[in-house]
Design a protein around this ligand. Sequence first.
Ligand SMILES: [Zn+2]
Length: 380
Amino acid sequence: MQVLSYRYRLYPNRAQNVGLEMMLGSFCDLYNAGLQQRIEAYRRQGKTLRYIDQAAELKAVRVVDERLAGYSFSAEQQVLRRLDKAFTAFFRRLKTKTKAGFPRFQAKNRFDSAEFRVGDGLTVRKSKRLGITGIPGEIKVNWHRDLPIGAKIGAAVLSHSAGRWFVCFQIALPDQEVQPRDGAAVGIDVGLSNLIATSDGERVETPQWTRHAAKKQRRLQRALARCKRGSKRRLKAKQRLARHSAATANQRQNFLHTLSRALVDRYAVIALEDLSVDRLARSMLAKAVHNAAWGQLRHFIEYKAASAGVRVDVIDPRGTSQTCPACGAVVAKTLSDRVHRCDCGCVLDRDVAAAKVIQQRAQGTRPGHGLRTPSQRDAA
Ligand SMILES: [Zn+2]
């Protein structure tokens, strides 16, 4: 089963906008009340409340709380589920002894989403507008793309971000039998000056706008820092910054969708490095890696490949940039060495050479070393 999400912008009128904000406010109160109840139950009776305890009580609460009674019951259950998840994550962190932050009370301006079951609390009306329990009228939707035909809609998440409202449908598509495709194989290296390089010698540069966007982001952040806390001006500056971040993220996504589509259309086997973004992000390369958006590109390639019958091999990245693709010798380079130059006569762009090594590793061969066994890989 494949789960995809389809996000659409909503255009509520003024009354609906007020209604949606009030609804999220009520859900936020419910979340905080649930948290308070858990804390007190533990303090007074040493009892750990669970989701089912609180969900059972919700029914009774709705009888006396008019505000909650007016909204979707299942959406309110989801609020309690969210709280439950926060606790589960907290207990897991306690066990693994990582820094365990206790679940926190939520501020109203931060509580900006709610989850619905489609057809219950949130429905798509005949008019192609959205009906939400407790919100007057029907809300206008910009259906910029069609939902897939025959799709089963699971949940819908309503969200509020930088003054805009969105609905995100989670669509479950049945797994299709996809025939593996015949065709060429390619290795892809993630660069810093190049976003990617392929074993076929192609390079895709990191688009200029990532740098422009970063510059503007810094300017907006400085402007925000100059504003007095709690002032109207600060709120405005905050919204400008949020809007800019959202626009940059969109631009990056569009670019990566196009790039991943082109790769999946052209090749039958794609080899990638297993670069945990986490590990790199902590190094000084952090910003460049984020700009390069490698994690996102990999995700896009993987899910597009899955439905196109393209195989994706993920390989150990160690030493890929220091190995000669022609003879297998180790050719040490620093980050500033842009060219791979080996004694065997092999001269290549540094990233292209690495991409070739990645492809060779995916095929299980190393030049001059023959097949690599798994135990050797562990030892490397
Ligand atoms: Zn060589």
